[in-house]
Every structure is written in C-alpha cells, then in structure tokens.
Design a protein around this ligand. Structure first.
Ligand code: G3I
Ligand code: 9MR
Ligand code: ZN
Length: 510
C-alpha cells in the first residue's frame, strides 16, 4: 500500500494528512462511499526516509462524517471513517487487554477464547532460599507470563495519567481504569519485603512454550530486591495513594504506608541494580542507574504527604539530574519525574515545566516523513516510544495551549494506526491491514490473535530468529514482521498498551 492513512479514521475537526510513497500524481482525491470525488488537494514532496520517497497531502478540509478512500493516480488507499469517536472501541479493547493479562484469578466466559482457570497460584520460592511466599495476582507482563515490578510501575503510572486526562468521563469508564490498575497494585504490595525492599520479579527460571497460562506449572521464583524496583514501587504507590483516597481510603493508606517503607529502604541503601542470576533467563529489566527512580519516589512522596524531608530530597535530586531528555521508559523514568514534578511547589514545579517543554520541542524538531518523533534507527518496542512521545507532546499542549503540540501528538497516533512504512494498524483486531500473529502465548495457543494489543513494532538489529530470517537488509521503519516468532518486533506488552491508553484518553477528551 502506497497511501498511508489512519485506518480507524479521524474526527471531523482533526488535522488530516496522508503519507504517500512514490506519489504517482500531483493531486490526491478524496472519494466518498458513492464513488464521487468530494475533494482534491495537492501532493507535496517531503523527504526520503527508510527507502521511501515520501510526499504528503493535507485533506483536513474533509469534515463531513462518512467513509472514504483516497486516490492518487491509480493508487487507492484503505477505507477510513470521519466520525465523532473513531478510537472509542480501540481504547476500550486496549484496556480490556490488561484484564485479559490478569494472573491469579480465573478468566471466565467474558474472556471468550482466552478464558482459562486460575494460573500461577503456587507459592513462589525466594531465590537462594527454601522460603515460599504468596505473590499471586497482577498481570502477565507480555507475550510471556512473567510478572516484573519495574514495567508494572510504568504501566500503572500511565493508567493514572490516563485517569487524570479522562475527567470528562468518556470510554473507557473510570471505574474500569481504576479497577484494572488496582489488580496490579494489590500484587505489587505482595512483592514488598518486611524491611521495605521490593523484589524485582517473579517468574519461572526459563520461558515456557507457547501454552496457556494454567499449563505453565514450573516452579515460581522470586528474584532479589533491587533499588530500581523499590524506587519505582515507592513512586507508584505514593502516586496511586492520591488517586484511590476517595475510592477506598483504607487501600490508599496501605499504599502510602508501603511507599514510605520503600522510601526508607532506599534512604538506607545504595544502588542495588538487578542482573539475572545465571540460572534465570526471563526478562531482566536491568538498568544502569537508580537515580531517576529515586527522584520519582521523592517527588511522589512530596506530593502525597506534607513532610519536608521528601520535598527537600526531591529538590536536591531534581537539581542534580540530567534534564536533557524525559523518557517514559521502564528503565529511564525521567519523564514521570518531569510530568509529576509539575505539581511541586515553587521553583521545582517551574523547572519541571521547562523540562517538559524542552523535551516536547526536541521531539517536535524530529518529526519525520511518517509524522513520528523517532530517530532513524528504532529500538525494541519502538511503538511504545511513539506513544510515550505523544504523551509528552500532549502534556506540553496542556501547559501552553499551543495547538502545534496537539497536531504532533495526533501524528504519533496516526502512525500507530496506519501511517507507517508497512501499512499496518499495529493494534490487533483493528484496521484493514491487521497484525494477525503476535508473539503472545494465549494467541498462539488459540491460533487467533487476541484483539486490543499494541504490537512492539519495527526494531533495528534483527534481535530474534524470525527477524533474522525475514528482515535482512530492511531499513528500520520496515523492520517488522507479523510472525509470532518475532518477539523483538511483534510481541505485545502491558506497558506498550498503557501509554497508548493515556494518549487516547488525552486526545479524545471532550
Ligand atoms: O542498553 C542499550 C542502550 O545503551 C542503547 O542506547 C539502546 C539502543 O537501542 O539499546 C539498549 O539496550 C536495549 C534495551 O532494550 C534498552 O532499550 C537492548 O538492545 C534491547 O535488547 C532491550 O530490549 C528489551 C528486551 O526486553 C530485551 O531485554 C526491551 O526494551 C524490553 O521491552 C523487553 O522486555 C521483554 C521482557 O524482557 C520479557 N517480557 C516481554 C518483554 C517485551 O518484549
Ligand atoms: O517469549 C519470550 C518473550 O517474552 C521475550 O521477550 C523474549 C526475549 O527475552 O524471549 C521469548 O522467549 C523465547 C526465548 O527467548 C528463546 N526461546 C524461544 C522463546 C519463545 O519464543
Ligand atoms: Zn498467570
């Protein structure tokens, strides 16, 4: 396909642009359901990118609801809608995915083909000991069945940001958002040790085969405490405590108490960076520093309590941290520091405001021919970064009212839903050219892609056997293969869905 559009469509008032490859004509026609040309707009050359000679055509003048295609020479695009809520079903499905990732409880008829009895219920052994503890619950991380604290914190923080941006009460319901986040938070609480330290993860020693979760019955092992997990936990618990105060004060109190104990543990201990023990092969979620996790913890505790020591620690760490970027990663959480720090009093809040705007402007300066703010090479899980950037851009819009940030944030969404070099709508079950073979154990076991999951997307470097087989010589933007063996380009993940949920909650706010 050489004409790329958002396959889910656009709202009437949105800026609408198509990305064309090797444009065959100087005009792009908009065709309605009756086959009539309702608009003709010029096609303008933009750039060369990822092996494509790109042009752009702006058809924003199309505002009448309906179903359309675009035509340029002999090329015709996939159909798309102009409607008031083109992303509502997708947003709900993205959130439903977290429900379907639930571990511990059984999933019933509401889960359709993905129903299963309770899984991973046996007490888990603490690594290096014979002691066993109950750490049932939470969500399966991704295409695998591991449960890891570091990515859990990112996911929950994204949902709470989504909650904040969703005050107008559009779908998904706030109750569903908060119920889902709580499922993970309750599990996270079980991962804290008496002394406040937080275990890094609970998994089997090796990844299991492509089986349903209840069939994965190898011994569960709780891996050692890390200060990245403990810092993320302290931040996430303190943040969540504010959001649940009115829903369930006792639960909010338990989370704040846990956050304080985690913070005290950090105060007493230097960096404890996690590495997989030699006999554990599951996700590592390693890091090179815990400075950013510590800062995030200081900030959330300063916001949730009025104790001077947290604010003092936040101010000191904020002054010291490198603010030349603000990623919303699982390893690098500086973006959460910047966003959350906006609510700090006085100069600290002002520093965070400047931090966000500088980051948004840095991203804006990178907008490429497909509308995304990425570098030319792409990391594992690049679609997460695309949504993350959308969040920063949307936050900059909220701070400044500058509509250019909104348009840029929307472009991140359009890329994920079709305006990309491989013409995929990257959310399973949605769009015309769908992802059918995600690296996701229940989908493989049932031979049917579970809907509502964002694929990780193209990754440079061919980091799995399927990528090595099919992607030799491909430029980064096309380094994607819809094959369930390609875990580096086509896995799914809780923390790839969550920033897209937040972005959609922001962009579709009434
Ligand atoms: O550390 C380098 C960094 O210095 C450099 O700038 C960057 C350039 O791309 O590469 C960096 O390392 C990458 C790292 O992610 C941090 O971005 C690695 O090459 C890359 O292999 C690594 O990928 C991670 C992958 O696990 C392998 O560890 C993904 O981010 C992460 O999302 C993924 O997570 C897995 C879990 O382990 C298990 N569960 C599924 C989940 C999703 O695939
Ligand atoms: O399923 C695993 C996925 O969640 C991880 O992201 C990926 C990289 O760590 O590994 C996957 O498991 C594969 C393992 O690494 C190698 N043997 C085949 C496994 C399933 O494809
Ligand atoms: Zn499970």
């Amino acid at each position: 396909m050489n004409i790329q559009i958002n396959q889910l469509g656009y709202t009437p008032s949105m800026r609408k642009t198509a990305a064309l490859r090797d444009a065959a004509a100087a005009l792009l026609e908009v065709i309605n359901a009756a086959g009539e040309t309702v608009l003709s707009v010029p096609v303008k050359k933009t750039c060369e990118l990822w092996g494509d000679s790109l042009s752009e055509a702006d058809f924003s003048a199309l505002t009448v609801p309906g179903v359309y295609t675009l035509r340029c020479g002999d090329e015709v695009s996939y159909p798309f809608a102009v409607s008031d809520a083109p992303y509502a079903a997708c947003l709900t499905a993205l959130l439903d995915t977290l429900y379907l990732q639930r571990c511990g409880g059984a999933l019933g008829a509401e889960a359709g083909a993905y129903a299963h009895p309770a899984c991973h219920m046996t007490p888990a052994r603490i690594y290096g000991t014979q002691e066993r503890i109950d750490v049932s619950g939470g969500w399966h991380d991704a295409g695998d069945y591991g449960r890891y604290i570091v990515p859990a914190a990112k996911t929950v923080a994204d949902l709470l940001i989504a909650r904040r941006w969703n005050e107008s009460g559009i779908t998904p319901g706030l109750t569903q958002l908060m119920d889902e986040a709580r499922w993970e938070l309750e599990w996270m609480l079980k991962m804290q040790r008496e002394d406040g330290g937080v275990y890094h993860k609970v998994t089997t020693a090796l990844f299991c085969g492509m089986i349903m979760p209840e069939e994965d019955t190898d011994e569960l092992i709780v891996c050692p405490v890390s200060t990245t997990a403990t810092g993320d936990f302290a931040a996430c618990m303190a943040m969540a405590s504010r959001y649940y105060k009115e829903i369930d004060a006792a639960f909010a109190g338990r989370m704040l108490e846990a956050a304080v104990r985690a913070w005290d543990f950090l105060a007493e201990n230097g960096p404890m960076l996690f590495r997989n023990p030699a006999d554990i092969r599951t996700g590592e979620y390693d890091d090179v520093t815990d400075e950013d996790e510590r800062l995030w913890a200081h900030i959330e505790l300063a916001l949730t309590t009025d104790e001077a020591r947290y604010l003092a620690a936040a101010k000191e760490a904020l002054a010291a941290i490198d603010r030349s970027a603000a990623p919303l990663g699982w390893a690098d959480v500086r973006g959460y520091c910047a966003i959350e720090g906006l609510d700090l009093p006085g100069e600290a809040g002002e520093i965070c405001r400047e931090w966000i705007i500088a980051e948004a402007d840095r991203l804006m300066s990178r907008i490429n021919g497909y509308g995304i703010t990425m570098t030319e090479t792409l990391p594992w899980g690049s679609n997460m970064d695309v949504s993350n950037h959308g969040i920063i851009l949307y936050q900059a819009l909220l701070l400044t009212g500058n509509e250019a940030y909104r348009i840029a944030a929307e472009k991140q969404l359009h890329y994920l839903l079709g305006v990309n070099p491989v013409s995929y709508c990257y959310v399973t079950g949605f769009g015309t050219q769908q992802v059918l073979h995600p690296h996701h154990r229940p989908s493989v076991a049932q031979s049917a892609a579970q809907p509502g999951m964002l694929s990780g997307g193209p990754a440079s470097g061919m980091m799995d056997p399927a990528a090595q087989k099919y992607l030799q010589g491909q430029p980064a933007g096309k380094s994607f293969v819809d094959d369930h063996d390609s875990y580096s380009t086509n896995e799914i993940c809780i923390y790839w869905n969550s920033p897209l949920i937040a972005l959609l909650c922001g962009l579709t706010k009434a």
